[in-house]
Design a protein around this ligand. Structure first.
Ligand SMILES: Cc1ncc(COP(=O)(O)O)c(C=O)c1O
Length: 448
């Protein structure tokens, strides 16, 4: 574990010389500790200097492979030259005009999204800056158009941290603790988990669908439900891929009761799953979709995407913002979507398959890897104790050892280490990461 860095620490004599963070990183973190919110959920002490593709360097000159990609954001890798050139060109023209006006990049982005969207019919987009804002907007749209208030969300879900999206978020109780009351009217149901089944029987997806139908009979009037909001692959909750037929079953329930099906593709979208949108693996079409993270390759841009016949019911002024459609963000998003469509979604599928194979091999030598799962470059390994229980201490230790060995990782769920490298990652980089993982496992397990 890294020694904690205290505010005002005398960094010219760091306690740890052989381990990271190095002296410049320690100095910066000591300054930061005095002035930055302590609420950021930071796991280890990486202080960024610069990056290229999948590689990043810290301020002390140490090189790392970035298999976290800024929480699944840097879709095209760090500082992709085409993205950087597009942002530079846009910045030379104007930095802001507001979504009260029009500009070419903004319209072009909505057109690109319309051409790629999985709805199977014309769509419209509302541009924003983040995942949580896109989820808030989706909730508002669903309530506004249906005239209903209730929402169904899933245990383990992460949809953001503002009061509406936070009401849906339930991957860790710390996200809601201290903030009640959040938006009322949300009913959480289990997300199907085939590795740790909650229900009897082999089809966990059907069991959850039956559970929702039972709720509709007993205490949740379906005619009051505006939307079911679901991640097509559950992200922060543990990188859970739903069983076949589950999303189609949700679609059927929504159709039966006039409920909108909202796919939160903030993390799984824009090529990460090996398809442009993760829902494409199931062929199920949402009514509304939320995007952010990878959309701008790191520039802050999100989108609420909805069937045109739904979004066009918003009256003028029903929803708006100041920064939506920022020209730099649109420039980044336009070239990102082209790069992902033309090469990186396919690369995510190909390199993801290689990565999955290598991780399954690793699991044969490390029994602490209980499950390897995911799609494309959204892959998790669930770490377990000898009795099969989740091993959170080991997943925490792995993040720290991997950092020391030059690999940036994040966790999710209770004890899952997740891998979400840039979509341009190569098989050679995956192989290098596997070597670092082996070393990290050996060290973490030896330390007990
Ligand atoms: C599926 C999903 N939705 C929404 C969000 C919230 O996005 P943001 O942090 O940009 O607000 C996240 C963030 O991790 C996410 O994974």
């Amino acid at each position: 574990m890294n020694a904690p860095i205290r505010a005002g620490e005398n960094v010219s004599h760091p306690h740890i010389r052989t381990e990271l963070p190095g002296p410049k990183a320690r100095a910066m973190i000591a300054r930061d500790t005095l002035v930055a919110s302590p609420s950021y959920p930071r796991d280890y002490h990486f202080v960024m200097s610069h990056g290229r593709g999948t590689e990043v360097w810290d301020v002390d000159g140490n090189r790392f492979l970035d298999f976290a990609a800024g929480i699944a954001v840097c879709a095209t890798g760090h500082a992709h030259p085409t993205v950087v050139a597009a942002v530079r060109e846009a910045a030379g023209k104007f930095l802001h005009i507001s979504s009260d006006y029009w500009h070419e990049g903004m319209t072009a982005l909505a057109e690109r999204i319309a051409a790629l969207a999985p709805m199977g019919e014309p769509v419209m987009s509302f541009l924003c800056q983040s995942g949580t804002e896109s989820v808030e907007g989706a909730l508002k749209l669903a309530r506004y158009v249906t005239g209903r208030q209730r929402i169904i969300a899933f245990l383990g879900a992460f949809h953001g941290r503002t009061m509406g999206s936070l009401a849906l978020t339930s991957s860790k109780y710390t996200q809601q603790a201290g903030f009640a009351p959040v938006m009322p009217g949300v009913t959480h149901v289990p997300y199907p988990n085939t590795y740790r089944p909650l229900f009897a029987g082999s089809d966990q997806g059907k069991a959850v669908l039956d559970y929702i139908r039972m709720l509709f009979e007993r205490n949740l009037p379906p005619m009051e439900v505006a939307a079911i909001v679901v991640e097509p692959i559950q992200g922060e909750g543990g990188y859970l891929v739903p069983p076949d037929g589950f999303l189609a079953g949700l679609r059927q329930i929504c159709d039966e009761h006039g409920i909108f099906l909202v796919f939160d593709e903030v993390q799984s979208g824009v090529g990460r799953s090996g398809r442009m949108f993760a829902c494409e693996h199931s062929g199920v079409r949402p009514d509304i979709m939320t995007l952010a993270k990878g959309l701008g390759s790191g520039m802050p841009v999100g989108a609420i995407v909805a069937k045109r016949r739904i979004m066009q019911q918003w009256k003028k002024g029903a929803h708006g913002n100041t920064f939506g459609g920022n020209p730099l963000c649109c420039a980044a998003a336009n070239v990102t979507l082209d790069l992902v469509r033309d090469q990186y979604a396919a690369n995510a599928a190909k390199v993801g398959a290689h990565f999955m194979k290598r991780l399954k091999e690793l699991a044969t030598t490390y029994p602490c890897i209980g499950d390897v799962r995911g799609r494309g470059l959204m892959i998790g390994i669930e770490l377990i104790k000898p009795d099969g229980a989740p091993n959170r201490a080991l997943s925490d230790a792995m993040l720290h050892r991997a950092f020391q060995n030059g690999l940036l990782l994040l966790s999710c769920g209770v004890s899952t280490v997740r891998f979400m490298p840039p979509l341009c990652v190569t098989e050679a980089e995956v192989d290098e990461a596997i070597v670092m993982l082996r070393k990290s496992f050996d060290e973490a397990l030896a330390a007990g």
